[in-house]
Design a protein around this ligand. Structure first.
Ligand code: ZN
Length: 409
């Protein structure tokens, strides 16, 4: 009985500390009295918990607030540079590693190419090298780092820290978290890349004040992160959000790497667009792309297609518009099904701007229930190209903020 009582007491203390830290993060600078009012915790509890947070260095006193009679209160705010986190955005052709502070600001970052490597040992070796480089460049002791967060494409088991299946490399069951935690002596947390980006948008991007939103990542593959009632959905076996494998009405029987045909990924992912553009250029149907690439088909990338569209190239404009319409079509399913408040779109293809967004928005308007689109926001993600790094770092921040006392000694 006594043991249960003690455990319970410490759990409540942990929850109180977490609640207070979240309030300081989202509402600071804020007075202890205001925290007490917002949380319903008595002033003595707020005081002892904030003392603990200040001792950990997570919270500091700043400035002086408005007095409601009596002595003016000192305000509390997050101490964003007390600690740092490493965020790893593992792509399919390269890895971007950044260091962020507690507010998700990136302090330094580097990108290393995989150079055609695909074996887990090689890829993990390059990622480990990139992490080592940013840590060394920072000149800071490992003690200043709270952990390493990482987004990986495909199926990921975040509880076990295992990449279950990464289709671009065709690997299965790679124990990523264990490997890096042994290598760097830091906690490591991993999840699916699109889910991680949704998390970043929730904490630091456009979705801060939103509980129901859909994050679509369109890059080499197409994935998504789904927030429902403030919770990030992972599904029964971590497969929620695989919108890239929704069947589209193209009836071309185009094979997808998942083994099925006519998936959204075959019509709107970066590689799908490049493939269509290269084939058209080879047939002489995309003269401007052929010219811009100096006849080298491999040089036709998503970026080049966007450039050609900006120069008025009919083929490229049509290609991006068609991709946007397929995406909009798939998103209308999501909108009818989940009634999100916001649809955020990130990843390389989202850089196609209006050429792609026009089709997306028109198809959504054509195919969604009017009620579900009356107040919806549809637009690019707030964190841009850094979304993957910041989101990955947030995996660690989420754990820190949900239980700051884990760092008490
Ligand atoms: Zn598929």
């Amino acid at each position: 009985m006594e043991i249960f009582h003690t455990a319970n007491k410490s759990l409540i203390k942990d929850m109180n500390t977490s609640t207070i830290l979240q309030i300081v993060r989202t509402k600071g600078p804020i007075s202890r009295a205001e925290i007490s009012k917002l949380t319903g915790l008595n002033p003595a509890t707020v005081s002892s918990n904030t003392a603990g947070l200040m001792e950990l260095g997570l919270v500091r006193e700043t400035g002086i607030g408005v007095s409601s009679g009596g002595r003016k209160p000192l305000l509390l705010e997050l101490n964003p540079e007390a600690y740092y986190v490493v965020g790893v955005d593992m792509g399919t052709t390269d890895v971007a590693v950044g260091i962020t502070d507690l507010e998700g600001h990136i302090h330094r970052k580097i990108t290393l190419p995989f150079g055609g490597a695909a074996e887990p040992e090689e890829i993990m070796g390059i990622i480990g090298q990139a992490i080592r480089m940013v840590l060394d460049e920072s000149g800071m002791d490992t003690e200043r780092f709270l952990g390493i967060g990482m987004g990986i494409h495909g199926l990921v088991d975040p509880d076990k820290g295992v990449s279950l299946f990464a289709p671009a490399f065709q690997w299965k069951n790679v124990h990523v978290a264990q490997l890096f935690s042994e290598q760097f002596g830091l906690p490591v947390s991993i999840d699916n890349d699109a889910r991680v980006m949704a998390l970043g948008e929730k904490w630091f991007g456009k979705a801060k004040a939103v509980s129901n939103f859909f994050f679509l990542n369109i890059g080499t593959g197409i994935g998504s992160g789904i927030y429902l009632n403030g919770e990030l959905l992972k599904g029964a076996h971590f497969g929620a959000g695989e919108i890239g494998h929704i069947r589209i009405a193209s009836h071309q029987e185009k094979p997808c790497f998942c083994g099925k045909t006519d998936c959204l990924s075959t019509a709107a992912s970066g590689p799908a667009l490049e493939d269509m553009a290269r084939k058209a250029a080879a047939r002489g149907q995309a003269p401007m792309l052929a010219e811009l690439s100096n006849g080298e088909l491999e040089a036709i990338t998503g970026e080049l297609i966007h450039q050609a569209a900006l120069q008025g190239d009919d083929f490229s404009i049509r290609l991006l518009d068609q991709a946007g319409r397929h995406i909009g079509d798939a998103l209308s399913l999501v909108i009818n099904l989940l009634n999100p408040e916001m649809v955020l779109i990130g990843g390389g293809v989202a850089n196609g701007g209006d050429f792609i967004f026009r089709g997306i928005k028109e198809e959504i308007a054509n195919r969604s229930m009017q009620h579900n689109i009356e107040h919806i926001y549809i637009g690019p993600a707030g964190l841009g190209d850094d979304c993957g790094i910041i989101g990955a770092a947030t995996l660690i921040l989420r754990s820190v903020f949900s239980n700051p006392n884990q760092y008490s000694t």
